[in-house]
Ligand binder design. Structure first.
Ligand code: EPU
Length: 428
């Protein structure tokens, strides 16, 4: 068990290099199952969720060779199992992507109900509806925590998603790329990571068109080849450090980003008073003066991403005036507000709406990371706060932010990791 100790008040200045996108990496690692030869995947973020995906691949029988810190060779030819063990699947939401890829490869997939961050009910009915439309048998009700999907032959079909779902869009793509005939996904998610997965599949020889729009057309192919592929940069990691710059009145240049993917975040931070400028693969954020209050509503891409909602809330907690945040993707993504309140934030939550009455400053105290992005929000609040904050449950943060402490430290944050002795080791 570890926690972060943060001494607030330092102005963050300097350069940060952004890693690969978690939410593209996880489905891409699952998609390797579909290839008939070795795939070299680079720009894999150094996060625990990516390591877990590699563990799942190994448990299925794939051979993994680490080339360097962010690059691996994966040989899927030795995969023989179509069962993702519960002890691995339970820790990560994205383990459900193995349903689509194993179904596409073997016509059979058995995956334990996925775990992941808890922000309300997280159904997968649209994934199952998609598999069923392709001819798979799926469970009407999930028993014993396992999901079984099987098909003698997947056959292309038209699928209208009732909700815009990143997971269902990608999972149906994974199952459909080797199906017989053409699949059309309507009301598809348009996130950059959906496009990246489609690009990866196409590099392997798939025929996926329209990713990034709300209609995706997939013509099934018989074989997908081994390829070399580099994952896109992480939009949310970049957005989080942009928020750190704003929180501390700082000046940070983010390198290795795709500025277009950051447009909705940049626009919101400008509304809060930040100067945000862009060049080829960098974004520069300078904050001078007080943060201005504003309203935020999360939406599917290209709207403001739900995965940046807690981080901007930490900013609005210390903005001048009143801000309203409306969460329109998840039912219960304001659990972190109680933690911000412990630091002195004035906020009320009513269902999917939170109102922040900005305070002059927050005060450091012990807080918890209740989920991944909530943990990032705690860090932002702590960096801006008076005094010292200790953030517990950092395993959530390390699921999605690579070298978090090192990157923040490199721009001047006063921050360290403390190992908390377990009861057993205290007794020993
Ligand atoms: N939904 C359904 N049925 C489904 C699938 C989704 O009703 O079958 C609903 C969900 O309950 C939610 C909405 O549709 O209200 C959107 O869910 P989506 O399927 O898009 O979410 P996801 O694929 O489970 C991914 C990211 C999340 C991110 C959301 C929304 C991964 C591994 N996770 O989740 O990322 O919040 O899309 O953009 O890609 C994070 O990185 O911190 C994170 C939580």
């Amino acid at each position: 068990m570890s926690k972060y100790r943060v001494q607030g008040g330092n102005r963050l200045v300097g350069d940060i290099y952004i890693g690969g996108c978690k939410n593209a990496c996880l489905p891409i690692l699952s998609a390797v199952v579909l290839a008939n030869d070795v795939c070299r995947i680079s720009n894999i973020p150094n996060i625990s969720d990516a390591l877990l995906s590699l563990d799942i691949l190994e448990a299925l029988g794939a051979k993994i060779k680490r080339i360097n810190k962010n690059t691996v060779d994966i040989d899927p030819r030795t995969i023989t199992s179509h069962v993702v063990p519960h002890d691995l699947a339970q820790h990560m939401r994205a383990s459900y992507y193995f349903l689509g890829s194993l179904l596409g490869r073997f016509g059979d997939a058995r995956v334990s109900m996925p775990g992941g961050c808890n922000f309300g009910v997280r159904p997968i009915d649209q994934h199952l509806k998609g598999f069923q439309a392709l001819g798979a048998t799926v469970p009407a009700i999930i028993e014993n925590g396992m999901i079984d999907a099987s098909a003698t032959q997947l056959i292309g079909n038209s699928i209208y998603l009732d909700v815009v779902s990143v997971g269902a869009t990608i999972n149906v793509m994974l199952a459909a790329v080797k199906a017989r005939g053409t699949t059309i996904i309507e009301n598809a998610a348009k996130e950059p990571h959906v496009v990246d997965v489609a690009n990866f599949l196409n590099t392997m020889g798939a025929d996926v068109r329209g990713a990034g729009t709300d209609t995706i057309k997939i013509c099934g192919v018989r074989v997908l080849h081994g390829v070399e592929y580099s994952i896109i940069p992480d939009q949310i990691e970049a957005g989080t450090y942009m928020a750190c710059a704003v929180a501390t009145g700082g000046d940070i240049i983010l390198h290795g980003v795709i500025p277009k993917h950051l447009e909705s975040i940049s626009a919101k931070l400008r509304e809060m008073g930040a100067q945000v400028s862009e060049d080829d693969d960098l974004v520069h954020v300078i904050m001078e003066g007080p943060i201005k209050a504003c309203n935020v509503k999360t939406m599917p891409h290209p709207g403001f991403p739900t995965d940046m909602q807690p981080q901007v809330a930490a900013l609005l907690a210390i903005a001048e005036g009143t801000s309203i945040i409306t969460e329109s993707i998840w039912d219960n993504r304001f659990r972190y507000v109680d933690e911000l309140r412990r630091m002195g934030a004035q906020a009320t939550v009513d269902g999917k709406v939170a109102v922040f009455q900005g305070v002059k400053s927050l005060n450091g105290c012990p807080v918890k990371a209740v989920d991944l992005r909530a943990g990032a929000a705690m860090m932002i609040a702590a960096l801006a706060a008076n005094g010292q904050t200790e953030i517990e449950d950092i395993q959530y943060i390390e699921r999605g932010y690579e070298n978090f402490l090192e990157k923040l430290h490199s721009v001047g944050a006063d921050i360290c990791r403390i190992d908390i002795p377990t009861i057993t080791s205290m007794r020993a």
